[in-house]
Design a protein around this ligand. Sequence first.
Ligand code: ARG
Length: 476
Amino acid sequence: TKSQAWSALFSEPMSELVKRYTASVFFDQRLWLADITGSLAHAEMLAAQGIISADDFASIERGMAQIRAEIESGAFEWKLDLEDVHLNIEARLTQLVGDAGKRLHTGRSRNDQVATDVRLWLRDEIDIIGGLLNELQLALVEIAQQNVDVILPGFTHLQVAQPVSFGHHLLAYVEMFSRDAERFSDVRRRTNRLPLGSAALAGTTYPLDRARVARTLGMVNAAGEAELCQNSLDAVSDRDFAIEFSAAASLCMIHISRLSEELIIWMSQNFGFIKIADRFTTGSSIMPQKKNPDVPELARGKTGRVVGHLMGLITLMKGQPLAYNKDNQEDKEPLFDTVDTLKDTLRIFTEMIGGQLDPATGVKAGGITVNAQAMEQAALKGYATATDLADYLVKKGVPFRDAHETVAHAVKAATAHGVDLSELPLAVLQGFHASIEKDVFDCLSLRGSLNARNTLGGTAPAQVRAQILRHQTRLA
Ligand code: ARG
C-alpha cells in the first residue's frame, strides 16, 4: 500500500531504513482522538462554508465514527508505510467513504494538523494533571491537619535549627504544588489556540472560517472568543507551548523530588520520623530486614528524566528556521513521557501520603504514619530554642547582637555538660545574663518556641490552622 500523497513525483520507493527512520506512527498514534476531533471540526467548517458538500461531510462523519470504533476495539491496522497517525487515519477514511475522504484535506496541511492535534491532546492532559495536583494537595492538607501540634526539628543545612509544626512543614509543599497548578493553567491558555487554517506555512486560498473551527474545538478564551494563532508561519512551527509545559512539569517533579528526599531521610532508622505503607516499599534480595523506600527514590530518579526531556525539547527548537521542519516530530516522545511520568508520580504520591479510601468500608488505609515522639526527641537535640533565648533577652532590653553572643556562651556550656538549655539550672543561666528570670523556661520549651512564632506564615499552631482553612476553601 504505497498510498503516500506525493508518490507520483518519486522515481524509486523509499528505502526500508528511511521508512522506519521517518515514521512516527508507532508513537504518535496516541494522538488519534485529537486527530479525529480536529478533522471533524475542519470538515464541518468546510461544509458550512460550501467548500465540500453536506453529503461529503456526512460521509466523513460516518467514516470517522467507524475508525473510532476500530481504534477503540483494537481492530484498526496501523501501517508503518503510512508514516504517521494523520496519514493512517486519512487513508482508512478514504478506504471507507471514497472521494469524501479525499476531500477532507482541502485547505489543510499536516503541518497545521499536527500542531493542532498536539495542542488538543496536551490541553486535555493539563486538565487531568490539574485534577491530580488538587488531590495531592488535599492529601497533604489532611495529613497536615492531623499533625499541627506535632513538633519536628526544622533544619537548615540539615542541622537542627528551630522547632516547627509538622503540619507547617507539609503545607510548605502544598504551596509549591499550588504554584505548579497555577503554572499549568497559565500554560493551558497558550496551548489552547488554534493553528488550523495556517495550512503548510502561508495560509490557504480557501475561504476557511477559522473561528468556527476554534469554537467547535473549545479553543476559546474566558470571554468565549475564538483563540486563533495569528501568524501562519509561527502557528505551524511553534512548539513553545510544549516547552513551557515541560518546564512546568520539571518544576513540579523537582518539588516531588525534594519531598521524596525528605521522606527517605525521615524513614531511615537514624531518624525514624515516619513510616510509609508496606506496599510502597520493596525488600532486598539479600538483606532480610530491609524495607526500601523505592517509590520516593524512583520519583527522585524520574525527575532527572523529566528535566532531561525539557533539555531535549529546547535543544530541538534552537536551530530551526521558519517554518515547519521535520525536527518537530521529535517533540512527541519526550512530551508523552513527561505527561505519563508526571501523572503516574502524582497519583502514587497522593496515595502514598494520604492513603486510599476503601469505598466498601469507608476506611482510609495506608498513608504515612507519623512517630511524633521521635520527631520531638530529635528536636530536643541541637539547641533548637537557642534563638528563643536570644529573643527573650531582647525583650528584657538586651541588644540582639549581645543577646546572640550571650546565648552562644550558654550553648557552649550546655554542650560541654551534654544537656539541653532547658536543663541548665536557673542559677547557671543567670550566670550568663543577670536579667534571666524563672519565666525563661517557658521560652526554652519546644511548644513555647512554636507558639511564639505567631506571624502570618509562621509555624505557630494558630497560624497553621488558619492556613489549613485557607487551603481547604481554595481546593474545595
Ligand atoms: N508526523 C509529522 C510530525 O509529527 C507530521 C507533520 C509532517 N509534515 C510534513 N510536512 N512532513 O511533525
